[in-house]
Write a protein that binds this ligand. Sequence first.
Ligand SMILES: Nc1nc2c(ncn2[C@@H]2O[C@H](COP(=O)(O)OP(=O)(O)O)[C@@H](O)[C@H]2O)c(=O)[nH]1
Ligand SMILES: [Mg+2]
Length: 367
Amino acid sequence: MRADYIMVGGFLGAGKTTALLRLAQHLTAQGRRVALITNDQSHGLVDTALAGSRGFPVEEITGGCFCCRFDSLIQAAERLARGARPDVLLAEPVGSCTDLRATVQYPLRRMYGDHYRVAPLSVLVDPIRALRVLGLEPGKTFSDKVLYVYSKQLEEADIIVTNKCDLASREQLDRLDKALRERYPRAELFQVSAGEGTGLDPWFAALAAEQGSRAALDVDYDLYAEGEALLGWLNSTIRLSAVEPFDGNLFLLELARRICGRLAKESIEIAHLKVTLATDDEADGPGTLNLVSTAGEPAFSRILAHAVSGGEMILNLRAEAPPGVLRVAVEDALAAVAAAAGARAEVQQLECFRPSRPNPTHRILAV
Ligand SMILES: Nc1nc2c(ncn2[C@@H]2O[C@H](COP(=O)(O)OP(=O)(O)O)[C@@H](O)[C@H]2O)c(=O)[nH]1
Ligand SMILES: [Mg+2]
């Protein structure tokens, strides 16, 4: 039996994890065994914690994207096959990664076609971000080299999914749809709200097909590497403790607001800030908060029901800024918020860096 391999890409913060968890629920309800594979440049991932907290088997590929860690991807899939024996693998690539058709999907098909049935490549977009990036609405976005990566993601998509339809007006969605159709005529388009769970079925049905065989992208790897490296990356794991229980939701909110306020002052555009707090109270949480642009508002995808006396917080921040700037913003915000809450914040792990040049294990342009 071949397992289905379904990969959902898209820029940072577009809603990949939210959508994949919806898809995982949908497939599970159909009696299929699902496992997830998350991916990041570094370890300590909010996404892995979220997938695990929903009870799905999950493997995490860290230290590089799927394309550069192709063998790790195969090994992770094999580990899952030995353990949870999934018949569907859902894979979320790094949101600043592109050329996945040539470096992941086509190698899988050519070398492991007996093991995996590869679904069409979906790329998710956040409509508010996309309207700006495509020049349809004013507003701050990223520099041109970062947008090169964004446009390549769309160009290689078999399916472009406009997510978060609940956040845009009908008129905005129509305008975006028209522009996407004109610029990416080969892609199949869907409009969904993974957050609200609406409009998903037609897209999920399209994933039952096998991926077509059009030629892979022409990618300028110098430009791609420069674009990716303009984004700073910070992953941290922090142990929180307090004698007097504190409001964990307020803690997360204030932390995000302070980090964002600091970066806004320096005109730095946030791609994605995500924070999750798993408290020592196992019946509660994890509390999870996200922010997907500097001008945006932090939003909870899960709130904590009880006051917190201890727990583990994972923070992932990606923004167009030097990593050292991100580090200072996070450390200062953390110190201030912990002091206000009367909590002790002990940084157990913190990594900040720029992604290194993508160096795919395989690059197969046609199957
Ligand atoms: N309003 C709204 N928010 C969403 C939707 N889908 C995802 N989000 C939110 O967007 C943020 C980023 O989502 P996430 O799935 O982590 O994005 P990823 O970086 O692409 O994996 C989170 O706050 C999600 O709750 C949606 O359909 N509507
Ligand atoms: Mg994600």
